[in-house]
Design a binder for this molecule. Structure first.
Ligand code: 13P
Ligand code: SF4
Length: 311
């Protein structure tokens, strides 16, 4: 495997040779974000994957994101640097579990966060991402109860925002759950004039301290446009790479987590991807996302509902 600049050049050469596009999430390691053709949140990446005319999508994010790309654009080859790039939310929510909840609440609509696998999507009525969830929940028929899965923190936040009662799946993100309300309150007190911004996967007590709550792309826009010069950022630390580019003169302080020996909030799933693995997956076109067509069509339906409602 080449190293340094030669590795970057080799990836660019493979991209040309294979007519590939590199899509990356804001939580990816900096060097991957820098080489990507398109950087975005889950919704933006899904849209980009649907629209691309490249022959191969090298998806630098976690497995459920690459899988969504394949569901949306099945004729393209979708590869990802590391198949073990999972997600605690996706891993903790099965289609069987959702089906059981449906049996218990037969009149309910199942709204599921995009952070789930294809089988779970197929068992859902509609998919949401953190950037369109509020709009979608508002649009659901008022006479039907809502089951929201798998993120109970996002679900609780949405229920509060929209006033809709929700039956919540008991799942959470191991990264956002680690933020400490007490330590963040102290950070705010130590930095008078700063603002705290948080992803809605964070726990209720952390969200209550936030001046702004939003998806990764919404957090980036907020920091760029708001007059404040100092932000305490409660989301995965990979976002700081793009935030620093967009707001180079602002001070960005990572929010503290419970573990006092560690001031970082890394998603170790996202960080499984490296430039070396990106090179290898493009060169050997492996690991590749393969989905059986019947399942793909079932999973596509609630994703299309989402894209339709969040135009
Ligand atoms: P976004 O859709 O806001 O980018 O969130 C994805 C994610 O995995 C957050 O942990
Ligand atoms: Fe999943 Fe949390 Fe990692 Fe996002 S940050 S991919 S929700 S584990």
């Amino acid at each position: 495997i080449p190293t340094g600049d030669a590795l970057v050049q080799a990836i660019l050469d493979l991209k040309k040779e294979k007519n590939a596009v590199i899509l990356a999430h804001y939580y990816q390691p900096g060097p991957i974000q820098d080489i990507a053709d398109f950087l975005g949140d889950s919704l933006q990446l899904a849209r980009q994957a649907k629209e691309t005319d490249a022959d191969m999508i090298a998806f630098c994010g976690v497995h459920f994101m690459a899988e969504a790309a394949k569901i949306l654009n099945p004729t393209k080859k979708v590869v990802l640097p590391d198949t073990l790039a999972g997600c605690s939310l996706a891993d903790g929510c099965s289609a069987e579990g959702l089906n059981k909840m449906r049996e218990q609440h037969p009149n309910a609509l199942i709204a599921t966060y995009i952070n789930c696998n294809a089988e779970t999507k197929a068992a859902s009525d509609i998919i949401v991402t953190s950037s369109n969830a509020e709009q979608i929940i508002e649009a659901l028929p008022k006479d039907r109860p809502i089951i929201f899965a798998p993120d109970k923190n996002l679900g609780r936040y949405l229920s509060k925002k929209t006033g809709r009662d929700m039956i919540l799946w008991d799942g959470s993100c191991i990264v956002h759950e680690a933020f400490s309300m007490e330590r963040i309150a102290k950070q705010l007190a130590d930095h008078p004039g700063s603002k705290m911004i948080a992803h809605p996967e964070s726990e209720e007590a952390v969200l209550e301290l936030a001046h702004f709550i939003g998806s990764t792309s919404a957090l980036l826009n907020y920091v760029e446009k708001d007059d404040c010069q100092q932000f305490i950022v409660a989301t995965e630390e990979g976002i700081l790479h793009e935030m620093r580019k967009r707001a180079p003169h602002k001070e960005l302080i990572p929010a503290l987590v419970f573990d006092e020996s560690c001031n970082c909030s890394e998603c170790f799933y996202m960080k499984r991807n490296t430039l070396e693995k990106l090179y290898l997956c493009m060169k050997y076109e492996l690991p590749e996302i393969i989905i059986e067509e019947e399942l793909r069509l079932k999973a596509l339906k609630p994703i299309e509902e989402m894209l339709e409602l969040s135009k």
